[in-house]
Design a protein around this ligand. Structure first.
Ligand code: CP
Length: 313
């Protein structure tokens, strides 16, 4: 079990062993988070910049708390009050931050490939917190952690991802992770948002929601990514909800032990009935809890940690 990467840019380039190392290291950090003293000195003396150029609630706060728990110094970059608003480029912004001797940049950006670009032009470690419709690797890692924790395995599970696949970075990262780890992945949603080209990623594509969820062990719901759609991809939210939303009637036709996931933010009454979001089969908030341990693990590993055996006792 080992990790040799300086950056975490995507799931596509990770090996199964690397993914497993993150998940096992996160399990050790979850145990640390259940102690009376939750803080460890792993990043003492290191500085992390959280460069979120797109809105975020879960990922930003989870990274910030992870960094605090690892004893790092933290700069939360305020995009709205920054010189990006005066036309400074991302590269110049990042290089000026690096001139302050920072060690890590956690970046969320609307442009696919922005983290990869920064990894080429900076000496700091770069962690992708979501780039355009490309990837959201820490979301996929926390999703894998949560599935493994709840089901005991990932290989052989039927996982259905239902919603706006085309514009979703979570979908792409989850598909890479799930297929590498041996799950059987079904994608479902309107044909405009779930084109058959995704079959080339090793998934089954269907536009029949009842068929998609009937044998699922995990149903992972995605919201409609209005901010990335350049035109309307379906007639109305009401129609989407009636054709593809997870309603109580639909849930009743799934396996009794099928679990519901959603990366958030949830649009209640659109992709998911409000009561389902809060029911005992929903893992939504447990995903958020696990995100903390997973992001601690990622920061620990890109800082040179080799695996769970090195998590501070
Ligand atoms: N899941 C997720 O990325 O949520 P935020 O956009 O709130 O970070």
């Amino acid at each position: 079990m080992s990790w040799h990467r300086k950056h975490l840019l995507d799931i596509e380039s990770l090996t199964v062993e690397e993914i497993t190392t993150v998940l096992d290291t996160a399990r050790a950090f979850k145990a640390v988070g259940q102690r009376a003293i939750k803080k460890v000195p792993a990043l003492r003396g290191k500085t992390v910049v959280n460069l979120f150029v797109e809105p975020s609630t879960r990922t930003r706060t989870s990274f910030e708390l992870s960094e605090q728990r690892l004893s790092a110094d933290i700069i939360n970059f305020n995009t709205e009050a920054s010189s990006l608003k005066k036309g400074e480029s991302l590269k110049d912004t990042a290089r000026n931050l690096e001139a302050l001797n920072i060690d890590f940049i956690v970046i969320r950006h609307s442009a696919s490939g922005a983290p990869h670009f920064l990894a080429r032009v900076l000496n700091a470690s770069v962690i992708n917190a979501g780039d355009g419709a490309h990837e959201h690797p820490t979301q996929a890692l926390l999703d894998m952690f949560t599935i493994r924790e709840k089901k005991g395995r990932i290989a052989g599970l039927n996982v259905t991802i239902l919603g706006d696949i085309l514009y979703s970075r979570v979908a792409r990262s989850d598909i890479w992770a799930l297929t590498k780890l041996g799950a059987k992945v079904t994608l479902c949603g309107p044909s405009t948002l779930v084109p058959r080209i995704f079959e080339q990623m090793g998934c089954r594509v269907t536009h029949d929601v009842d068929e998609a969820i009937r044998d699922a062990d995990i149903i992972n719901l995605l919201r409609i990514q209005h901010e990335r759609q350049r035109k309307s991809m379906f007639p109305s939210l009401n129609e989407y909800s009636s054709l593809f939303g997870l309603t109580k009637a639909r849930l009743a036709r799934t396996k009794p032990d099928a679990l519901i996931m959603h990366p958030g933010p949830i649009n209640r009454g659109v992709e998911i009935d409000s009561e389902i979001a809060d029911c005992g089969r929903s893992l939504v908030l447990q995903q958020v809890t696990n995100g903390l341990a997973v992001r601690m693990a990622v920061l620990f590993l890109v800082n040179g940690g080799k695996g769970p055996q090195e998590v501070a006792a």
